[in-house]
Design a protein around this ligand. Structure first.
Ligand code: C2O
Ligand code: CU
Length: 465
């Protein structure tokens, strides 16, 4: 009811002049046109088959690694469609345990979201499930299982979904980097203990092998003059990356799939598990020494991620404008009373001896009793301010399914990030505020994307109606 009332107010305000009555209503007006309410299917259907199966691949430094893979590769296939095209993905589970596919960041119909027990039954070994949806937004997305994810994602199950703009930007090159972090045991295989007490007490499973697209050493060769789009995402269970491009001309053009109000310098962005970062790199001349890309999440202990070699004849630099998204400032967002304050914490007990909680409750990983679990209700089309209070000393990249939000404040200090997100890192003891106008009805998961924390309970649901 409240939602309808706000929409009526907003519409009246748009059409009839005169400021709407409340900050909530003004926030809704400001949101109009940020991204579409509905998909606009062109009628083109792209069919894909995805099979999840154990296999052995030459990964990391090239030695055979026993993994679980989508279509026999890690990362899995990159699915590419154009905005308006419909995906029809037949998923077949040949794993020794049940699974699903979740389309991270994609606003899908609720029944296609891949959450067992909530949006669909888990896909049993030997069974198939057809996912069909038309993305509403162009951008960089990814997909992964939503069952025992701390094990299944770590073993190699993830792939990229690229939804191209209706008319793709004419970059001279486009590159996808899936950043991952593996825990490899002395025998050279994926350490077989998952959800260990150590990982649960800390920030999840941080490994000893950092990879881009499954390899520990990455060299990218480009020509001077190139203007490149680098689509990055983190499929790590727990590790946070802060990519540093050094002296390179690097601009962020999209975050979590979505364009920004205006591109910004690519410096200091925390690429937490689940986040995507699209960076534009311009190479205006050849450089003698290879350029290096570092992860500087820990300034004292940086990790080299890749080298870039700029060499060869000069090519013509494509000239075009990157689209500017309509991203609300929501200057009065903090004046809107918080719809809910989620408290993030842990306690002893549960199947792993330590449980991660939201508002004191740990959600069981199979969601078996989710009906008894408190769910926040939000009205479709209405502005809501959500607060997250991290009462723990660990970090939590909080991810919402089915909706984007904008960060409003960290520790009550206003921030105006010029972009939406679907995942934000909440630091130890930090409090953040986000603003959201849900556009998609359904019961959506909200959880920590440190997969061990989620497995041990740090999940809840948001009902949008
Ligand atoms: Cu990428 Cu619910 O997750
Ligand atoms: Cu967490």
């Amino acid at each position: 009811m409240r939602c309808r009332f706000l929409i009526v107010l907003a519409v009246t305000a748009c059409g009839g002049g005169g400021a709407p009555a409340s900050p909530e209503a003004r926030a809704v007006v400001e949101f109009v046109g940020a991204y579409p309410d509905e998909a606009k299917p062109t009628g083109v259907v792209r069919e894909f088959a995805i099979v999840a199966e154990p296999t052995e691949l030459a990964l990391l430094d090239g030695k055979p690694l026993r993994v679980w893979a989508y279509n026999g590769q890690v990362p899995g296939p990159t699915l590419r469609v154009k905005l308006g095209e419909t995906l029809r993905v037949t998923f077949t589970n040949k794993l020794p345990q049940e699974s699903t596919i979740h389309w991270h960041g994609v606003r899908v119909p609720n029944g296609m979201d891949g959450v067992p027990g909530i949006t669909q039954p888990a896909v049993q070994p030997g069974e198939s499930f057809v996912y069909e949806f038309t993305p509403k937004d162009a951008g960089t997305f990814w997909f992964h299982p939503h069952v025992r994810a701390s094990e299944q994602v770590e073993r190699g199950l993830y792939g990229v979904l690229i939804v191209e703009d209706a008319s793709p930007l004419p970059y001279s090159r486009e590159v996808v980097w899936v950043l991952d972090d593996w825990s490899i045991d002395p025998s050279g295989q994926i350490a077989g203990q998952f959800n260990t007490r150590h990982d649960l007490m800390h920030d999840g499973r941080w490994g000893n092998a950092l990879t881009i697209n499954g390899k520990t050493s990455t060299e990218l060769r480009v020509q001077p003059g190139e203007r490149m789009r680098l689509r990055m995402l983190s499929s790590a269970n727990g590790r946070v990356f802060v990519p540093d491009f050094g002296e390179l001309d690097a601009k962020v053009v999209a975050v979590d799939g979505m364009y920004l109000r205006e591109p910004m310098a690519a410096r200091g962005f925390e690429l937490a598990p689940g986040n995507r970062l699209d960076v534009e790199l311009a190479f205006d001349r050849s450089v003698a020494a290879p350029l290096e890309v570092w992860d500087r999440f820990y300034a004292q202990r940086p990790n080299r991620l890749a080298t870039i070699v700029v060499d060869g004849p000069l090519v013509e630099t494509p000239r075009f404008e990157v689209p500017k998204a309509r991203v609300p400032v929501w200057a009065e967002g903090l004046e809107v009373p918080a719809t809910h304050d989620f408290r993030l914490n842990s306690r002893g007990g549960g199947p792993y001896g330590i449980a991660w909680t939201i508002d004191g409750v740990a959600m069981s990983a199979d969601h078996a009793h989710h009906e008894m679990h408190p769910s926040l209700s939000l009205a479709k089309g209405a502005f809501a301010r959500l607060t997250f209070t991290n009462e723990s000393a660990r970090i939590h990249p909080i991810h919402t399914h089915g909706m984007f939000f904008r960060l409003l404040a960290r520790n009550v200090v206003r921030v105006d990030e010029p972009f939406f997100r679907d995942t934000v890192l909440v630091h130890a003891r930090e409090q953040i505020d986000v603003g959201v106008v849900p556009t998609d009805a359904g019961t959506w998961m909200m959880h920590c994307h440190i997969l061990e924390h989620a497995e041990a309970g740090m999940m809840t649901t948001i009902r949008v109606r």
